[in-house]
Design a protein around this ligand. Structure first.
Ligand SMILES: Nc1nc2c(c(=O)[nH]1)N[C@H]1C(S)=C(S)[C@@H](COP(=O)(O)OP(=O)(O)OC[C@H]3O[C@@H](n4cnc5c(=O)[nH]c(N)nc54)[C@H](O)[C@@H]3O)O[C@H]1N2
Ligand SMILES: Nc1nc2c(c(=O)[nH]1)N[C@H]1C(S)=C(S)[C@@H](COP(=O)(O)OP(=O)(O)OC[C@H]3O[C@@H](n4cnc5c(=O)[nH]c(N)nc54)[C@H](O)[C@@H]3O)O[C@H]1N2
Ligand code: SF4
Ligand SMILES: [Mo]
Length: 688
C-alpha cells in the first residue's frame, strides 16, 4: 500500500536574492515533484531554470553519498568508499598531528554560501574551528565590500525595500542584471512600468536586462564613479538639489559641491566613453523624476574601486531627496533587516578558543595562502564546505598548485565531486536542502523562509551541523557547545517572530512597516545622524574624504605596460540562466542547453586578431590561459576593448579543465574586503 502524498513546504537555500518558496511532493519517502509555492508572497509559485530540475540534482547518480578517501593522485578524483568511522578517524589523526606540530593556525577553513540556511551556512563550524584555534577566514567573495561601503555612507547597511520599485516612476538598474540574477523582482518592475515608469540599465554589457530596458547606458567598465560625480555636478549646477533634505540630513554639502565643480559631463564622457549629452540627460532625469529608485546588487563590487562605487552611489538619493518617496531611494541587499529578528551572535563562543591565537586569512587569496612558503605557520590542513573555490576564487592556477601539495591535507564536504572536491584527501557527503530543516533569511526581499525537511538524507549524507558534531567528537573534544542541537541553535536565534506561522506557511514577512522608507526623514545611523559627505575615517586611511574616481591598475586606464601586453578587459559575470555560480554546470540537462564556455569579442577586436565566430581561441594573461570558443556577432554586447567569458562553468565541463578564474585578479577592492575579479586584463589569440 502506498502512503498518501505529502506536500512539504520549503525555501530555496541558494546564494540568490530571491529565496523562493517551494513545495515538495513526497510519496513513500521519495520526492516525486517540486514546484514553486504559489502562496509565497514574493516568488508567487515560480522557481527558475536552475531549480526547476532540483530533484535531478537530489537524485543524481553523481551524488556523493558516502565518505570517500583518496587513493589516486590529487585532482584525479580517484577515491574509495569509506565508512564514517574510518574517514572521521583519518581526519582526526591527520588534523590532530597538524595541530600538534604546527599549531591550530595551520588549519584553514574555507566556507561560502553554498547554502544560505542559517544553520547550515555558518553555525557550529564557527565553534569547531574556534576549538581548534584555526586561522579565521576573512574578506568576502560576494557582498562584503558593497555592504561595508554602503554603510560608510548611510551609517548602516540598511536601505530601501526593493519591492518598492512598484511605486517608482524612474528605476535605475545600476550594475545589476535583474532578469537573470534577481528574476522575481522583474514583475514588480513591470508593474511600475505598466503605470508609466521608465527603466534605465547602466552596465558595460548589453545584458538581457539591458535589452528589456527603456534606455541603456553603457559606460566603460569600472568608470561609474566618474559618471556619478558628473551627475552630482549637473545636479549642483542646475540646482536640482533638495536643499531642505540636504540641509537637515547631510553634512559637508558645500565641500562636495566644490569637489564636483570640475566634474563636467565632458570630463566624465572622456573617461566613461559615454556622450556628454547622455550624462546630462541622465542627471536631469534623476534630478527631476520622483519617485526615483536606484537598484543595484553585487556585480560592480568585483572591482578595485568596488567599494567606492557603493559609497558614492549611496550618496545620490540624499542629494535629490529621493528617500522621501515610496519607490525612491537606493535598494541593495536587505539581508541586514533580518538581524534584529534572527540573532546568531550566540553561534560564536569565544571561550572555545581561549589561549589559542588566531590569525586572519583572506578567502579571496586562497591560492596565495596555500602556496606561500613564508606563511608562519603554513596552511597544512584545509576544510572546504559550502563552496567550490577552485572554480569560484580568482587565480585558480595558484589554488590548484596549492591543492596539489603532498603535505596539504584537504577535507571537503560536498554533494558532488566538484573541481575542488577532486583534490580532497577526504570527502564527506552533504545533504541537499530538501534533506534538512533550516531557516533562510533573504537578501532580495523582506520575507523570512522556513525550510522543512521533505525526505530523509540520501545515503550516508549529513547536514553540515551534524558533520561538525561528528568531527568534534572524533577529535576528542568535549565542550558541550560543540554538540548543541539544531533545534536549540535555532530556537535561541529567533526574536519576536511568529514562529508558529513561520513554520506553518514556511514564510512570513519580517515584522517591519509595510511602508519601509528608512530615511524618509533622515535618521541615518552615523555618529551625527546625518550622511557625512566628507568621510574623515576614509580620508585618513587614504581612500579619499570625498568620492574619488581612481582607475583600476589592471584596467584600460591603468598600468600602461600591462595594457601593452594584455590590451583587453575581461568581464566574467553571471550569464547563464541554468547555472547558479558553479552549481549545476556539471549536470547534463543544465550544461547541454548552455553550449560551451566562450569568449565574446567585439567584431573590431576579433578582426584585429583574425578571429571569427566559432573559432577556437586562447584567452590568456600572466596568471594562465584557457581554451574556449570565440563568439563574435553583429550585435555585440560589449564595446571594443572588452571581452566576456561567462562565470559558472566547472572545469569538468570545459575543453581544458580550466575555468575563467584561471585568469582573474586577486587584487583586493581598495577597501571593504572584496576582490577585483572583473578588473582583469587579457589577450585573445587563435588556438590553432
Ligand atoms: N542565473 C544566475 N543567477 C544568479 C547567480 C548565478 O550564478 N546565476 N548568482 C547569484 C549571486 S551569488 C549573486 S552575488 C547575484 C549577483 O547579482 P548581480 O549583481 O545582479 O550580478 P552580476 O552578474 O554579478 O553583476 C551585475 C551586472 O553588473 C555589471 N557590472 C560589472 N562591472 C560593472 C561596472 O563597473 N559598472 C556597472 N555599471 N556595471 C558593472 C555586470 O556586467 C553585470 O551585468 O546573482 C545571483 N543570481
Ligand atoms: N569570475 C567570477 N568569479 C566569481 C563570481 C563572478 O561573477 N565571476 N562570483 C562570485 C560570487 S558573487 C560568489 S557568491 C561566489 C560563489 O562561489 P561558491 O560559493 O563557491 O559557489 P558554488 O560554486 O555554487 O559552490 C557552492 C557549493 O556548495 C555546495 N553545497 C550546497 N549546499 C550545501 C550544503 O548544505 N552543505 C555542503 N557541505 N555543501 C553544500 C554545492 O554542492 C556547491 O558545490 O563565486 C564568486 N566567483
Ligand atoms: S535559485 Fe534563486 S530564483 Fe532560483 S529558486 Fe532559488 S531563490 Fe529562486
Ligand atoms: Mo554572490
Amino acid at each position: 500500500m502506498t502512503s498518501p502524498t505529502r506536500i512539504v513546504l520549503g525555501t530555496c537555500h541558494h546564494d540568490c536574492p530571491d529565496s523562493c518558496g517551494w513545495e515538495v511532493e513526497v510519496v513513500d519517502g521519495v520526492a516525486v515533484k517540486m514546484r514553486g509555492n504559489s502562496a509565497h508572497p514574493y516568488s508567487q509559485g515560480e522557481l527558475c531554470p536552475k531549480v526547476n530540475r532540483f530533484l535531478d540534482r537530489v537524485y543524481s547518480p553523481d551524488r556523493v553519498l558516502t565518505p570517500l578517501i583518496r587513493v589516486g593522485a590529487k585532482g584525479a578524483a580517484d577515491f574509495r568508499i569509506a565508512s564514517w568511522d574510518e574517514a572521521l578517524a583519518l581526519v582526526a589523526s591527520r588534523v590532530g598531528s597538524v595541530v600538534d606540530e604546527w599549531g591550530g593556525q595551520a588549519v584553514m577553513p574555507w566556507g561560502d554560501a553554498g547554502t544560505q540556511g542559517t544553520l547550515q551556512m555558518n553555525s557550529l563550524d564557527r565553534r569547531f574551528f574556534a576549538r581548534i584555534g584555526s586561522s579565521i577566514q576573512t574578506d568576502s567573495l560576494c557582498g562584503g565590500a558593497a555592504r561595508i561601503a554602503s554603510a560608510s555612507t548611510l551609517g548602516a547597511p540598511l536601505a530601501s525595500d526593493p519591492l518598492d520599485v512598484r511605486h517608482s516612476k524612474l528605476i535605475l538598474l545600476w550594475g545589476t542584471n535583474t532578469r537573470l540574477t534577481n528574476r522575481h523582482l522583474w514583475p514588480y518592475i513591470e508593474e511600475a512600468r505598466a503605470k508609466g515608469a521608465r527603466v534605465i540599465v547602466i552596465d558595460p554589457v548589453r545584458t538581457m536586462t539591458a535589452e528589456a530596458a527603456d534606455q541603456f547606458v553603457q559606460p566603460r567598465p569600472g568608470t561609474d564613479v566618474a559618471l556619478m560625480l558628473a551627475i552630482m555636478h549637473v545636479l549642483v549646477r542646475d540646482d536640482l538639489i533638495d536643499h531642505d533634505y540636504v540641509a537637515r540630513h547631510t553634512s559637508g554639502f558645500d565641500r562636495l559641491a566644490s569637489h564636483v565643480a570640475d566634474w563636467t559631463p565632458a570630463r566624465a564622457a572622456s573617461i566613461t566613453g559615454l556622450e556628454a549629452d547622455e550624462i546630462e540627460n541622465l542627471a536631469r532625469d534623476y534630478g527631476t523624476t520622483h519617485p526615483v529608485m536606484i537598484r543595484t546588487l553585487i556585480g560592480a563590487e568585483h572591482r578595485e574601486g568596488g567599494a567606492m562605487f557603493f559609497r558614492t552611489l549611496a550618496i545620490l538619493p540624499s542629494l535629490v531627496g529621493a528617500w522621501r518617496h515610496r519607490g525612491g531611494g537606493f535598494a541593495r541587499s536587505v539581508g541586514s533587516y533580518a538581524d534584529g529578528f534572527v540573532d546568531t551572535s550566540h553561534f560564536d563562543v569565544p571561550h572555545l578558543s581561549a589561549g589559542r591565537p588566531r590569525r586572519a586569512l583572506s578567502m579571496n587569496r586562497l591560492g596565495e595562502h596555500l602556496t606561500d612558503e613564508s606563511l608562519d605557520p603554513p596552511v597544512k590542513a584545509l576544510f572546504v564546505y559550502n563552496g567550490n573555490p577552485l572554480a569560484t576564487v580568482p587565480d585558480a592556477g595558484r589554488i590548484r598548485r596549492g591543492l596539489e601539495r603532498d603535505d596539504l591535507f584537504t577535507v571537503v564536504s560536498e554533494q558532488f565531486l566538484t573541481d575542488t572536491a577532486r583534490y580532497a584527501d577526504v570527502v564527506f557527503p552533504a545533504c541537499t536542502q530538501i534533506e534538512q530543516d533550516d531557516l533562510v533569511t533573504a537578501w532580495g526581499h523582506l520575507y523570512l523562509g522556513w525550510n522543512h525537511k521533505a525526505i530523509e538524507p540520501l545515503g550516508e549524507s549529513v547536514r553540515n551541523t551534524e558533520l561538525w558534531r561528528r568531527l568534534a567528537r572524533a577529535m576528542g573534544f568535549t565542550e558541550p557547545e560543540l554538540f548543541e542541537s539544531d533545534e536549540s541553535l535555532l530556537d535561541k536565534s529567533l526574536i519576536g517572530l511568529d514562529v508558529e506561522t513561520l513554520k506553518r506557511d514556511a514564510v512570513i514577512r519580517l515584522p517591519l512597516p509595510e511602508d519601509l522608507r528608512p530615511y524618509a526623514d533622515g535618521g541615518f545611523a552615523t555618529a551625527s545622524g546625518r550622511i557625512e559627505l566628507v568621510d574623515e575615517a576614509l580620508g585618513a586611511a587614504g581612500h579619499g574624504h570625498l568620492p574619488e574616481f581612481r582607475p583600476a591598475l589592471e584596467g584600460p586606464l591603468g598600468d600602461a605596460s600591462l595594457r601593452a601586453k594584455y590590451p583587453l578587459s575581461m568581464m566574467s559575470s553571471k550569464i547563464h540562466t541554468r547555472f547558479l555560480n558553479s552549481s549545476y554546470s556539471h549536470l547534463d540537462k543544465h550544461v547541454g542547453p548552455e553550449g560551451e564556455m566562450y569568449c565574446e569579442l567585439h567584431p573590431e577586436d576579433a578582426a584585429a586578431r583574425k578571429v571569427t565566430d566559432g573559432d577556437r581561441v586562447r584567452v590568456f594573461n600572466d596568471r594562465g590561459s584557457i581554451a574556449v570558443v570565440a563568439r563574435v556577432s553583429d550585435t555585440p554586447r560589449v564595446r571594443p576593448g572588452l571581452v566576456i567569458v561567462p562565470f559558472g562553468w566547472t572545469g569538468t565541463r570545459t575543453r581544458d579543465g580550466k575555468t575563467v578564474n584561471e585568469l582573474t585578479s586577486t587584487t583586493p577592492t581598495e577597501w571593504g574586503g572584496g576582490v577585483a575579479f572583473y578588473d582583469t586584463m587579457v589577450e585573445v589569440a587563435p588556438d590553432r
